[in-house]
Design a protein around this ligand. Structure first.
Ligand code: NOJ
Length: 517
């Protein structure tokens, strides 16, 4: 198999800095939030686990209306997370361990406290006015069009600025005004942000809501079929593509195969595919359709076939995710740890770059957050609960953290699960090792196999390396007849029968990686 860029065979681990680990030092507030030093302390754990890269959700200066996705200075670290010096140490220490570092690039909007927006708002004649999207009110005085914002129900994507009598556009919170990507000086400024971090040594970016940066110049009303849906989940304008080509050229001008994975929040694989361009736009794009698929063989078969058809067959390398900081954790969503374990085999057995969300490898469930303790305007606190590092009452955090612990943190914590070979944490570690040692599993092509209802099985092949992956989505035992020879169990989601010859049976909720006997 010819040499491939590192990010194709990599497994990327998402860290939500507020919730990962608190070093208890620096400008740490009470209740505690995680910080960059906290991440540095746990890099050895990530090496032990076997991931190849980390992606850090935003740690930039921010008023935290959207917990960092509202950036007020793209080129500095918010004091609650540490300093630029801490960031440089983190990158150096990650690189020492062979771990690459991706960071979030929030391209679609800034905070309303960003100096650019403060200036834009100060006067219609200000230099930064055209850096954002302003329009006069509709004839009835209301918003300029019918676009809806994310978060909350039926909220207009426009807020009136009483000073100028104009509305500004925000696909997310009013505190997150959208940047105007049709204005070249703004584009240049956002390119400079990329240079700033690339020059500091980052290996790539996760580009937030990047499908939304190009806007319909006419800002036409959403049609009846999508009116009422957040515009951030439907915005799919041709203007985005040349902008992504500009960003791609910038990244590719650096050595070291820097990568950009874009959040393309269009829940249809066919609509995600064009964001790879002709290998001249995003290197990778998140494909969230499978993330919303129910735990059901038919739904996943469809999701896999869509990926085969629209991405793999078109030469685009897919991504797979089971979780992130915006959606319920797999154990909560699929209903049991057994299913979440089987799902981890799915995630790491499919062709594409898998992204793990910190804490999913511990089998965490969403935290239960009392109504008076809710802090996120998007209702996503549950999956952002802090990572429990040990079984003690403080779970390795100095002060009580900003969100409640996830359920059963006395058992579901790093220290306890590391001591338990049968834990989901060890399952992830075995899967990552299996992937690393098999070109078929990491880079090989996929061929779906015949399987009984409720089961999915597929063959992965790279040159003469082969692996079979089988997932039982049902709660009953299944028999699978594979035509392609005899197999040995390499990894089992429940640990049963590993290394033994496979007898053709799948236990309830079980998933297997098989190697030729
Ligand atoms: C997507 C991010 O994942 C989410 O957390 C954020 O609220 C929105 N983009 C807005 O930046």
């Amino acid at each position: 198999m010819p040499d491939q860029p590192w990010w194709k065979s990599a497994v990327i681990y998402q860290i939500y800095p507020r919730s990962f680990a608190d070093s208890g030092s620096g400008d740490s507030p009470v209740p505690a939030v995680g910080d960059l030093k906290g991440i540095r302390r746990h890099l050895d754990h990530l090496s032990w686990l076997g991931v190849d890269a980390i992606w850090l959700s935003p740690f930039y200066r921010s008023p935290m209306a959207d917990f960092g996705y509202d950036v007020s200075d793209h080129c500095d670290v918010d004091p609650v997370f540490g300093s630029l010096a801490d960031f440089d140490l983190l990158v150096a220490e990650a690189h020492d361990r062979g771990l690459r570092v991706l960071i979030d690039w929030v391209a679609n909007h800034t905070s309303d406290r960003h100096p650019w927006f403060l200036d834009a708002r100060s006067s219609p004649q200000s230099a930064h006015r055209p850096w954002y999207i302003w329009r006069d009110p509709a004839p009835d005085g209301g918003p300029p069009n019918n676009w809806r914002a994310a978060f909350g129900t039926d909220v207009a994507a426009w807020t009136l600025d009483p000073g100028s009598g104009q509305y500004y556009l925000h696909l997310f919170l009013p505190d997150q005004p959208d940047l105007n990507w049709s204005h070249p000086p703004m584009v240049e400024a956002m390119h400079q942000v990329l240079h700033f971090w690339l020059d500091r040594g980052v290996d790539g970016f996760r580009a937030d809501a990047v499908h939304a940066i190009g806007k319909d110049p006419a800002l036409a009303d959403d049609p009846e079929e999508t009116a009422g849906q957040p515009r951030s989940s439907t915005n799919d304008d041709p203007a985005t593509h040349p902008l992504l080509r500009g960003v791609r050229a910038l990244l590719d001008s650096y050595d070291g195969e820097r990568v950009m994975v874009g959040e393309v929040y269009l829940l249809d694989t066919a609509r995600v595919a064009p964001y790879y361009g002709h290998d001249d736009e995003l290197h990778l794009a998140f494909n969230f359709a499978p993330l919303f698929a129910p735990w059901e063989a038919g739904a996943w078969r469809f999701a896999i076939e869509e990926v085969q058809r629209h991405l793999l067959d078109a030469g685009a390398w897919p991504t797979w995710v089971l979780g992130n900081h915006d959606i319920s954790r797999p154990v909560t969503r699929y209903g049991s740890e057994a299913r979440a374990r089987a799902a981890s085999v799915l995630l790491l057995g499919l062709p594409g770059t898998p992204f793990l969300y910190a804490g999913d490898e511990l089998g965490l469930e969403d935290a239960v957050v009392a109504p008076e303790a809710v802090v996120d305007p998007g209702g996503r606190d549950g999956c952002r609960a802090p990572i429990p590092w040990d079984a003690s009452e403080s779970h390795g955090w100095g002060e009580a953290p900003w969100l409640p612990w996830p359920p059963r943190a006395d058992r579901r914590n790093v220290a306890t699960l590391r001591n338990d070979q049968d834990s989901i944490l060890h399952l992830y570690r075995r899967l990552l090792a299996a992937r690393r040692s098999s070109p078929a599993l990491s880079l090989g092509r996929l061929e779906l196999a015949e399987a009984p209802p409720g089961v999915l099985a597929w063959l992965r092949t790279a040159d003469d390396d082969r692996r079979m992956v089988a997932v039982n989505f049902t709660g009953s035992s299944q028999v699978l007849k594979l035509t392609a020879g005899d197999w040995r169990v390499e990894v089992a989601s429940d640990g049963a029968g590993e290394h033994a010859r496979w007898d053709g049976r799948l236990a309830p909720d079980q998933a297997l990686v098989l190697r030729p006997d």
